[in-house]
Design a binder for this molecule. Sequence first.
Ligand code: IVH
Length: 675
Amino acid sequence: MMGEEVRAEDLEAVKRRIEELRELIRKYDYYYYVLNRPLVSDAEYDELFRELQELEEKYPQFVTPDSPTQRVGAPPAEEFKQVRHAIPMLSLQNCFTEEEFLEWDRRIKRMLGTDKVAYVCEPKLDGLGVELVYENGIFTVGSTRGDGYVGEDVTNNLRTIKQIPLRLLSDEIPPPRLLEVRGEVYMEKDDFKRLNEERARRGEPLFANPRNAAAGSLRQLDPSITAARPLKVFFYALGRIEGYEIRTQEELLTTLPKWGLPVNPLWRKCGTAEEAIRFYHELLKMRDDLPYEADGVVVKVDDFAQREVLGAIARAPRWAIAFKFPAEQKTTKVLDIVVQVGRTGVLTPVAILEPVEVGGATVSRATLHNEDEVKRKDIRIGDWVIVQRAGGVIPEVVAPIPERRTGEEREFRMPDRCPVCGGPVVRPEGEVAHRCTNISCPARIKEAIRHFASRRAADIQGLGEKIVNKLVDSGLVSRISDLYKLTKVDLLRLEGFADKSAENLLREIEKSKGISLARFIFALGIPHVGERLAEILAEHFDSIDDLASASEEDLMRIEGIGPEVAKSIVDFFRNPENRKLIDELKAAGLNPRRAVRAGPLTGKTFVFTGALSSMTREEAKRLVEELGGKVASSVSRKVDYVVVGENPGSKYEKARALGIPTLTEEEFLELVKRG
Ligand code: IVH
């Protein structure tokens, strides 16, 4: 009896010590990760952490999910669960000029019937919007913004971000019963650079910018990958809150840190629109020196009661606006101007630039479009130029800086012979483009094949630029239809192919025979026919032959098709070379039909579990949908088939329990082929 009582007392002491250690570590974490002001040395911290780990190991009954030791360790998930946001996560309206901003300000005041409106200005971070739920101070669920209504459950990934408290601090204010707090997960510029350098060393694909890196890191099925990525977070908005009242943005931004939730310190309360504009300019000046990518200032009405009155339009609240920064520009040097030959034989001058970072990406080349454009902008080889990533995507050379010329610069001249095949180059009357006239110019063929195989066209994975070059240079492929004649023996003769890679490529090529009509039309590379137009055409014509026999008049009756495009399409199909190609592709088995909503799988619902070996989930889904079927994310009685890949999850068990037919990957492919 006595002994047990003593043990119980000991246990009480252990529990107390564990709690004490957690309190300390939480506090030290907050000072270190959020405030950047360490309170203790690393060695001291490590010692406390180890003590906690040891105690928890010895007394597992005391382990709780909010313990600082429990950040990493959740096993990889099979897929993200969906989380519905109790209050939708709206997006923001944008403005780009002071004029537009002042117009917004006037409107706000008109609607509120008062000039007494205070704003809170905050940097607009370019990251990933998230919502975290704290119940009685404990972090329970975290999700991405998703479409604003439903996001993905990334709780276990968010848990690995050291800045995020697993339990809210309560030294100053007790945590509310319920807190849904919203913010931005982001990656700092330096961390992004380091991550990409590491990835380059390991031969992994690089992230285009910090935003993509943050999104890619957070949306990982395996939390241990997220844990290894340098993610950070700032909070700036509320969902629901119960058991505590917050009335203004200012109050929100001063209260969140008391609970241990990081807030970007660069916010400012502004009494007037002019003050807000001043803040915008100050931040714009600091922009390049900020450790993170900021693409503007978010201006919010401070008073929540006023927000209530203003409400929302479409998908954005009236009470906030993103005052965006102009596209980022940098100066760099034009090292050379080279000429690229596209699939239609068009010669495009491309500026080779001294690499610079613009808008979060390294730019080393930029299209100059055509000779006239080069002349118009007067861009010379050796020039210093301003480059810009407009809208954050395609880099362009804005203008030269003539003041920096030394006299060594050279003007660009379009060559009169194709740089690839040496064939004659012409500039047809009335056109801005120069063209190589040799229809079997290898550059044209390579480009045509590369386009045909690209992701949005026939989506033949593994058929990238390098392999296309090899196939064409070796003489194995001289037209698109040759792809469908390739054998394993052919491929094995090429350098760099082994058994497996050859088989993979052949399987990809085989798979492409199931191409949809829209993709097929796009893949042909008809001048002026992009992805969207191809989709429209696929809705109006039953097959490629049907489209090929359309007249210009027929085509112009379709909304969105003008005389130029109609002529281009008719010309394409009039060309005997192109007709021959289509016949060959049909003979190879590519003969898509109009994308009818109804198909052989109409009314059938599929669920996938485990990894497929011949395609990604996304591709499998597309396949089912193209044939009229549906794909669900969880097993219920409404599901017709569960397709079971490698390492299936609990969905497999559930399917068996419910008696729902399961298919192996082969059986699924068989079913799809029959359809
Ligand atoms: S407030 C309804 N504040 O920008 C207001 N958003 O374009 C909701 N963002 O989805 C957002 N910094 O992911 C707010 N200081 C900030 C922000 C911010 C970045 C993101 C957020 C939002 C997107 C809207």
